[in-house]
Design a protein around this ligand. Structure first.
Ligand code: FAD
Length: 466
C-alpha cells in the first residue's frame, strides 16, 4: 500500500451533494458535458494519482535533484510521469479545446491538483524546496550593471503581483489541504492498528487500540473537520471561479468574482498554515513512529511548511485581506462574502438539530464584521496597530468560513438522515460540524476582540527589549 490515502466518498459528497457540480453544465462553455463525465474525470484523477504519480514521492525523497557539470537533472521517473501526465491530457484538462485542452470546468483543475499534489508534492514542479524539485536563486545586478523596467503603474506593484499570482495562491492552499488530508488518513489507519494502554472507562479488558483513547479521538476529529472544511472551502472557491469566468456580464458574474477575490488570501494562508498543523497533529497521533521515515508523515510536515511562505507570506496575505479586500470597489469583495454567510445563517437559524451552532456562527460573524469595519478605518489612522492584528483577523475569517462550510455539509447530512438514509458517513458530517463550531468559535470571538485591543506592546516594544 502506498502512502497516498484519500477518501473518495468525502470528495464526491462535497462535489455532488454540497456543490451539485453537475449544474455547471448549464453554463454555456460546458453545454456538451454531463455530471457523469465529471465523475469519471475525478475517479480517473484519483487512479492516476495513486497508480502513476504516487511512487514519485519516495523516489524524489531518496534520489533528489543532481547538480553536476552546470546541469540540473531530476530522477528520470519524474520526466516519464510528467510526459504521461501531458499525453493523457491532465495538464490541459480545463483548457480551451481550441488550443488542445479538454474544456472541463476550471474547478476540475483544482480537484486534479488536489489528487496529484497529495500523491507527490514535488511533482508540482512549479517550485517547492523539496528534495526532487528544483529551486534556484537569481541575483540581478550582483556582478554587473542591471536595468529595471517598470511593469504596470508606479506604486501598484503589489496589486499587479496579486492579480498575477491568484491561481498560484489558491493552489498553495490546495497543497496544504491535500497534505493534511493524506496525513489524517495515514494517522487514522495507524491508530486503529496500534494497541497500547487500557480503556480509561474499563469498557474493554486488556490493552486497546489507541483509537479508543479520548485524547487520540480528539485529535482525529479535529483533523477530520479541518480536512473536510478546508476541502469544501477550496472546492467552493473553485466552483465560484467557474461562475465568475463563464456567466454572462452582469451582477451575478461580479458577485462570484468578488467572492473569489475575498476568499483567495483566506484559502492561501489559512489552508497552508492549518495544513501544516494537521500534519503535526497526525504525527502526534502516531507517537514516535510518526517521527520516523518509515511513515510518510515527517516528509509531509517538511513539505508543508514552505506553503505559508511562498506566493506571498501569510502575513502579507492578511494585509491584503484586511486592507485591499475590505476597501476596493467600496468593499465589494467583503460585502459579497457577508451576503453569502448571512443568507446561510438566516436559512438555518431555526434548524432543529444545528440551530444552536448556526446561531453561534451568526453571532461570531457579526462581531467579526464590526472588527473588520473598525480595522478598515484604523488602517489609515493607526497603521502600525492595524498591521499588528491583520494575521489573527485572517485566521478568524478562516474559522468562520470553516464553520460555515462544515455546517452546510451537516445540514445536508441531517436532511439525508431525516429521509431515512442514516449512516456513519452522515453522522460523521454532523458531528464534525458541531464539534468544530463548539470548540472553535468561542476562540474566534476572543481573537476578534483582541484585534481591537488598545495595548500597544507589539508596536512599542523597544527593539533592545526583544
Ligand atoms: C522553495 C522556494 C521556492 C520559491 N519559488 C519562487 C518562485 O518560483 N518565484 C518567485 O518569484 N519566488 C519564489 N520563492 C520566493 C518566495 O516567494 C519568498 O521567499 C517569499 O515571498 C518570502 O519572501 P522573502 O524570502 O524575501 O522573505 P521576507 O520578505 O524577508 O519575509 C520574512 C518575514 O518578514 C515578513 N515581511 C516582509 N515584508 C513585510 C511587510 N512589508 N509587512 C509585513 N511583514 C513583512 C514576512 O511576512 C515574513 O514573515 C520561493 C521561495 C522558496 C523558499
Amino acid at each position: 500500500m502506498g502512502h497516498f490515502k484519500v477518501n473518495q466518498k468525502d470528495i464526491f459528497f462535497i462535489l455532488k451533494e454540497q456543490l451539485q457540480y453537475g449544474a455547471l453544465v448549464t453554463l454555456d462553455r460546458y453545454k456538451g458535458l454531463s455530471e457523469k463525465i465529471f465523475d469519471m474525470l475525478v475517479s480517473e484523477a484519483i487512479n492516476f494519482a495513486r497508480g502513476v504519480v504516487e511512487p514519485l514521492q519516495e523516489i524524489g525523497e531518496k534520489h533528489s535533484l543532481k547538480y553536476e557539470n552546470g546541469k540540473v537533472s531530476c530522477p528520470p521517473e519524474f520526466r516519464e510521469v510528467f510526459r504521461q501526465y501531458g499525453r493523457d491530457g491532465w495538464i490541459a484538462a480545463a483548457r480551451d479545446p481550441e488550443y488542445g485542452g479538454q474544456g472541463f470546468p476550471h474547478m476540475m483543475r483544482i480537484v486534479i491538483n488536489d489528487m496529484m499534489y497529495g500523491a507527490c508534492q514535488a511533482f508540482n514542479m512549479d517550485k517547492l524546496g523539496l528534495h526532487s524539485s528544483p529551486t534556484c536563486i537569481l541575483n540581478f545586478g550582483s556582478s554587473d550593471d542591471c536595468t529595471g523596467f517598470l511593469c504596470g503603474e508606479v506604486n501598484m506593484g503589489l496589486a499587479h503581483m496579486f492579480q498575477m499570482m491568484n491561481a498560484a495562491r489558491i493552489n498553495t492552499g490546495v497543497s496544504g489541504m491535500t497534505l493534511a488530508s493524506t496525513a489524517y488518513q495515514n494517522a487514522l489507519e495507524y491508530v486503529k492498528a496500534r494497541v497500547q494502554g487500557r480503556d480509561i472507562a474499563g469498557r474493554k479488558s486488556g490493552d486497546v487500540p489507541i483509537v479508543d483513547h479520548p485524547d487520540v479521538r480528539r485529535m482525529l476529529l479535529w483533523m477530520k473537520a479541518m480536512v473536510e472544511g478546508m476541502r469544501s472551502m477550496i472546492y467552493t472557491g473553485a466552483f465560484w471561479q467557474d461562475h465568475a469566468l463563464e456567466l454572462p456580464q452582469g451582477e451575478q458574474k461580479q458577485h462570484y468574482a468578488d467572492l473569489l477575490d475575498f476568499m483567495t488570501p483566506i484559502i492561501k494562508a489559512y489552508c497552508s498554515d492549518m495544513g501544516f498543523r494537521v500534519c503535526e497533529t497526525a504525527i502526534q497521533c502516531m507517537g514516535g513512529y510518526g517521527y520516523y521515515k518509515e511513515y510518510p508523515l515527517e516528509q509531509y510536515l517538511r513539505d508543508a511548511k514552505i506553503m505559508s511562505l511562498y506566493e506571498g507570506t501569510n502575513g502579507i496575505q492578511s494585509m491584503d485581506l484586511m486592507g485591499r479586500k475590505m476597501r476596493i470597489n467600496g468593499g465589494a469583495p467583503f460585502l459579497a462574502y457577508k451576503k453569502e454567510i448571512e443568507k446561510f445563517c438566516r436559512q438555518h437559524l431555526e434548524h432543529a438539530q444545528l440551530g444552536r451552532q448556526v446561531t453561534a456562527l451568526a453571532k461570531t460573524f457579526d462581531r467579526l464584521t464590526e472588527v473588520a469595519q473598525k480595522m478598515k478605518d484604523q488602517m489609515n489612522s493607526d497603521p502600525l496597530q492595524w498591521a499588528s492584528h491583520t494575521y489573527p483577523a485572517l485566521i478568524a475569517f478562516g474559522e468562520v468560513t470553516m464553520a460555515w462550510r462544515l455546517l452546510d455539509m451537516a445540514v445536508i447530512a441531517a436532511h439525508a438522515i431525516e429521509k431515512g438514509r442514516k449512516s456513519n458517513f452522515y453522522i460523521g458530517k454532523i458531528m464534525q460540524a458541531t464539534y468544530f463550531t463548539d470548540v472553535t468559535l468561542p476562540h474566534t470571538l476572543a481573537t476578534a476582540d483582541t484585534a481591537l485591543r488598545l495595548g500597544r506592546e507589539v508596536v512599542e516594544m523597544p527593539e533592545g527589549a526583544f
